[in-house]
Write a protein that binds this ligand. Structure first.
Ligand code: ADP
Length: 399
């Protein structure tokens, strides 16, 4: 079985063709500058097939982009499948499913309507996801399509975790609540953690730290998300590459008055100019910050310290929320690659049974237990694979 996984943005589209049972990747790539001119990248994972690197392909709309993907996949010389018939289904990443979706679903007209209803909750992302789905439906009629939501995994959170302390009618009438994001990643690594530990997900209390450009931490009790650090939008929680994370809402009024900013200006600062970039003034990339810190840049070092401290506090609070923790998971760009940040975050937690192993932690990009053999709480490095999770969900719905 082969599943085409699509992650559509407003002017870009990422794709992967993979086997959901074996996890074997056949090809992946990227369409960029859709609606502008069109750049197409194709990376077949089969020996002897040639890749295409940002070549010019006219893409006035997402439909031409999908067509370019299909043409490449079935190409006589460099394709990886003989015909489109070998694509059994398409799995689409959809950012926001609101309260309507607590799991992945087969796409029907009714589902499309519900995804459209979620546009106000994710005005930048959902329209692009919808465009991607419609383009696929046009170019691949009759092929089953599945929507996999970033928010769905967190729909199991109890009301005490998702309700904001605002007048209740803002929840009832306007759906203002914590939704959480990165759900596909948290779900994937939680499943892998259970497999690595040889336990059933139902028997585990996990804290999953997805630390990348965007970061979130999730408490997973018995296989279910019970709390997560992102909120109504992905601006909440930890300081991120360029996002502020949580802050005192009173700051907004103070700065907006002082600098004559309107709310759009303010949100631009909070989304694009804050986080570790804002504090360091150097970069949003943790590699740059680590290097700058080593060269004596105090603000770069401070920004990384703040980030690590934020993750550590979430681990403590989620352990308290669940009444314990069996394993802490590190994933995504920083979590998978930065041994120094993993160490900074997980050290000092010996009081709650976390004991790191310096040597085991000296690794990257591969599943590993990085805690000491006698650590009560296991610490795991698990590379995330959202595309594989999307492919697996898609396969299970169309089988
Ligand atoms: P996104 O949220 O965009 O998917 P990723 O999960 O790919 O982000 O993470 C990207 C971030 O990972 C980069 O901005 C970089 O800061 C960080 N990163 C990647 N490699 C390393 C490394 N070796 N050490 C520290 N940070 C790293």
């Amino acid at each position: 079985m082969n599943i085409l996984v699509i992650n559509a943005g407003s002017s870009s589209l990422k794709y992967q063709l993979l086997n959901p049972d074996t996890g074997v990747l056949l090809a992946k790539g990227l369409c960029e500058r859709i609606g502008i001119d069109g750049k197409f990248t194709y990376k077949p994972q089969v020996d002897g097939k040639k890749k295409l690197d940002a070549i010019d392909v006219a893409m006035p709309t997402h439909s031409e982009a999908i067509q370019a993907v299909l043409n490449a996949l079935v190409d006589k010389d460099n394709g990886v499948i003989a015909s489109m018939k070998e694509i059994d289904a398409v799995g689409h990443r959809v950012v926001h499913g609101g309260e309507a979706f607590n799991k992945s679903v087969l796409i029907t007209d009714e589902v499309m309507k519900a995804v459209e209803d979620c546009i106000p909750l994710a005005p930048l992302h959902n329209p692009a996801n919808i465009t991607g789905i419609k383009a696929c439906q046009k170019v691949m009629p009759g092929v089953p399509m599945v929507a996999v939501f970033d928010t769905a995994f967190h729909q199991t959170m109890p009301a005490k975790a998702y309700t904001y302390a605002l007048p209740y009618e803002y929840y009832e009438n306007d759906k203002v609540r914590r939704y959480g994001f990165h759900g596909t990643s948290h779900k994937y690594v939680a499943g892998r953690a259970a497999a690595m530990l040889g336990k059933k997900p139902e028997d585990l209390k996990l804290i999953s730290c997805h630390l990348g450009n965007g970061s979130s931490v999730t408490a997973i009790d018995g296989g279910k998300s019970v709390d997560t650090s992102m909120g109504f939008t992905p601006l909440a929680g930890l300081p991120m590459g360029t996002r502020s994370g949580d802050l005192d809402a009173g700051i907004l009024q103070y700065l907006m008055n002082k600098y004559k900013m309107n709310i759009d200006d303010m949100l631009n600062v909070l989304n694009k100019k804050s986080g570790v970039l804002g504090v360091s003034g150097v970069s949003s990339d943790f590699r740059d910050l680590e290097n700058a810190g080593k060269e004596g840049n105090d603000r770069a070092a401070l920004s990384v310290d703040m980030f690590n401290y934020g993750v550590k506090k979430l681990i403590g609070s989620y352990a308290a929320a669940m009444g314990g923790v069996d394993a802490i998971i590190f994933t995504a760009g920083v979590g998978e690659n930065s041994k120094s940040q993993r160490m900074a975050i997980a050290s000092g937690l010996e009081f709650m049974g976390v004991k790191m192993d310096e040597k085991a932690n000296d690794t990257r990009g591969e599943e590993a237990v990085i805690s000491a053999a006698d650590s009560k709480v296991k610490v795991l490095l698990i590379p995330t694979n959202e595309e594989l999770m999307i492919a697996k969900d898609t396969a299970s719905l169309v089988k």
